[in-house]
Design a protein around this ligand. Structure first.
Ligand SMILES: [Zn+2]
Length: 215
């Protein structure tokens, strides 16, 4: 296992500054509280205080960055996995890989935040009807498409087609590296005759106690 590290105060500040520079805002505790109450959310495991989250909205998509940094103790959560999520209302449409607190944690979170933001900014319009296309999962593990459903077949586009050229070199390099890791992971599993993504299926981000309130 790569060595875990706890971000220092100046690294946390660098992360927050970079997210603000990208246009994210830190979610107020009250906003988080609203989500938690409306959905009856329970944290997946005990932690001392709320995790600091950042949000960016464009084209009716919201990108959330779950930092693992806790607000109350200016400390990091026990779980070391940060996430970047894109959602529309309460429906999660895209999840980054787990962003572990290893050596390049801060850069990796910034890179994936930029990717999540780009998914909002460059959400394409359907070439057939001009409606927003949606991010849909493909059949392969962690495969995503832009899609728009029509009676006589769907319009489909590769996820990074409309936005890749607009990413910074930092985001592009983290994305390429991730694609390479994904391919070698899939090959390893295939060699063993296993299916990819079983951990992801078993994992839950939150325990929703009030599913009737999911928007
Ligand atoms: Zn359409």
């Amino acid at each position: 296992m790569p060595k875990k590290f706890l971000p220092q105060e100046d690294q946390i500040q660098e992360l927050f500054r970079s997210l603000a520079f990208l246009g994210f805002h830190q979610m107020a505790d009250q906003d988080l509280e609203k989500d938690f109450q409306r959905l009856g959310l329970e944290e997946p495991r005990f932690q001392e205080g709320r995790e600091i989250r950042f949000s960016y909205t464009n084209n009716h998509y919201e990108c959330l960055v779950l930092t693992t940094i806790l607000s109350s103790f200016n400390n990091a959560a026990i779980s070391d996995a940060a996430w970047v999520i894109v959602r529309t209302r309460d429906k999660k449409v895209f999840t980054s890989p787990r962003l572990h607190r290893t050596k390049y944690f801060v850069l990796r979170v910034i890179a994936w935040a930029e990717i999540g933001k780009a998914l909002c900014d460059y959400r394409p319009l359907c070439p057939e009807c001009n409606g927003y296309m949606d991010i849909e999962k493909g059949k392969q593990y962690r495969e995503y498409f832009w899609e728009h459903a029509h009676r006589d077949g769907n319009q489909k586009m590769k996820l990074f087609e409309p936005l890749y050229q607009n990413l910074s070199l930092l985001a592009q390099s983290f994305y390429e590296r991730y694609q390479m890791q994904l391919r070698s992971y899939q090959k390893k599993l295939q060699a063993k005759g296993l299916e990819a993504g079983r951990a992801a299926k078993a994992r839950r981000l939150w325990n929703i106690q009030r599913p009737e309130n999911v928007k």
